[in-house]
Design a protein around this ligand. Structure first.
Ligand SMILES: Nc1ncnc2c1ncn2[C@@H]1O[C@H](COP(=O)(O)OP(=O)(O)OP(=O)(O)O)[C@@H](O)[C@H]1O
Ligand SMILES: [Mg+2]
Length: 430
């Protein structure tokens, strides 16, 4: 342990066992991490943090990525009265239940071993909706943190009702709340998740969840966590963490990771031969549905039981709002205008990624065609099931425009049939 005067936070796979790492606050305010020597750290916490014997201090980038981003991070810092650069101070308060398996806490633990889950009642829901999740989490003494800029709360779903994960309990779901600045966001995301599932992508399970405290009945989106099973936390990391980037660089345009960087991580770490095709299908879906917010924190790796791409989550037709970026978060061979991404760009991507061009073009064609053919039926089904017609129709209009444009470009740029490019031996099966 760090016996010096620097205050330390500890990192646990399991709070019932010894810590596996330590976070310290440096004199300049920066947070750093090191593995603790010993058997506890038998597996690395990130692709960007290979195991060592604790002799190295690493920047706290991985941990910064566990905290909310953007405006939510600013709110958290303001609520705690600390600088929004202080990853350490924020994790000290909210680092109990995070994305993935790790818990960050003082040691010995001052956290109750078992707590009865507290129902998410109407009064608390009203507070969450009016005050915002981050300030409410802090004032209620909850130790919960999730990345992302939208208001969302990790919850436990038990017997059809929602409760708060108190003490050492792990959340099972994420409740994403409506956003006043983007009316219809919940139903837009719900529609896109359903459309992605219909198009055959692996997608998180989600359901619209009534929020009676909102006055007239409004809905949140309840998303099942892919990093929880039977009350256990399973490890995951997003592609900022895997590439060692801070959340401020989640967009490629901010010198963040590119799709080729993601391919390199999958090449080195994934045990799933179909991951490259899944990555291509995810990005083709973003292009065909006008989702320009598919950035490096909206793409994750499961790390348990083996490393592979996690199911798709946070799919939104961002083109439905004129105020949002018109450019893709990840370029395809540097093409960031979704309307210009066709077989030429995808073929260049295949060449640069050393992946079979046929595999890429077939994956793109399958997803684009499925989106174009199925969007209206899926939209009607979600409206029929209760989603807001205006929100879904607005998203549908944009999706149809993007998908049609992608199909037209595919016709115009249809490449001559050639033998697939040679690939590196490691990916010979992909
Ligand atoms: N179903 C899930 N299971 C496990 N972790 C998830 C799941 N959905 C989201 N996450 C984690 O929570 C983070 C925030 O979720 P999400 O991306 O949906 O929020 P957001 O606020 O809408 O994000 P953004 O800032 O990109 O708009 C993700 O980056 C991911 O780490
Ligand atoms: Mg997100």
């Amino acid at each position: 342990m760090n016996a010096g005067s620097k205050p330390a936070l500890f990192v646990f796979w399991d709070v019932e066992q010894a810590p596996i790492g330590e976070l310290t606050r440096q004199a300049d305010g920066a947070t750093s991490f090191r593995y603790l020597p010993g058997a506890g750290a038998r597996r690395p916490i990130s692709h960007s943090l290979p195991l060592d014997d604790g002799e190295r201090e690493h920047p706290g980038t991985f941990f910064e990525n566990l905290l909310p981003d953007g405006i939510q991070r600013e709110r958290l810092a303001r609520r705690l009265g600390v600088s929004d650069a202080s990853t350490f101070a924020m994790l000290e308060v909210v680092g109990g239940d995070c994305a993935g398996a790790l818990t960050v806490a003082r040691w010995p633990l001052a956290v109750r071993a078992r707590a009865t889950p507290r129902p998410l009642d109407e009064a608390l829901l009203r507070k969450l909706l009016e005050t915002g999740v981050v300030p409410t989490v802090v004032s209620e003494g909850l130790r919960l943190s999730l990345a992302g800029a939208q208001d969302k709360l990790p919850v436990v779903l038990r017997d059809g009702t929602l409760a708060l994960p108190e003490g050492r309990a792990a959340s099972t779901h994420i409740l994403k709340l409506p956003n006043r600045d983007f009316p219809g966001l919940v139903d837009n995301e719900h529609f896109l998740l359903e459309l992605a599932r219909d198009a055959g992508l692996p997608v998180v399970r989600s359901v619209r969840w009534p929020l009676p405290a909102a006055g007239r009945e409004r809905f949140g989106l309840l998303v099942e966590r892919f990093d929880r099973a039977g009350g256990r936390r399973l490890h995951q990391e997003d592609l900022c963490q895997a590439t060692g980037m801070p959340p401020s660089r989640k967009y490629q345009a901010d010198s963040g990771p590119s799709l080729l960087d993601v391919v390199a991580v999958l090449d080195a770490a994934s045990t799933e031969p179909r991951d490259i095709a899944q990555l291509v299908r995810w990005q083709a879906f973003n292009v065909a549905t006008g989702n320009n917010d598919g950035h490096a924190k909206n793409l994750s790796l499961r790390r348990e039981p083996a490393v592979c791409l996690a199911p798709a989550y946070d799919l939104v037709c961002t083109r439905a709002w004129d105020s949002l970026s018109k450019d893709l978060a990840f370029g395809v061979a540097e093409v960031r205008d979704g309307g210009a991404v066709g077989p030429v760009a995808w073929s260049r991507f295949a060449e640069e990624a050393r992946v079979g061009r046929r595999l890429v073009l077939d994956a793109v064609a399958q997803v684009t065609t499925a989106v174009a053919e199925r969007a209206t039926a899926v939209a009607n089904a979600v409206i029929e099931a209760g989603a807001d017609e205006r929100a879904v129709s607005r998203a549908l209009e944009c999706v149809r425009r993007c998908a049609r444009r992608a199909l037209r470009l595919a016709e115009l740029e249809r490449p001559p049939v050639r033998a697939p490019a040679r690939r590196r031996p490691k990916r010979a099966t992909r």
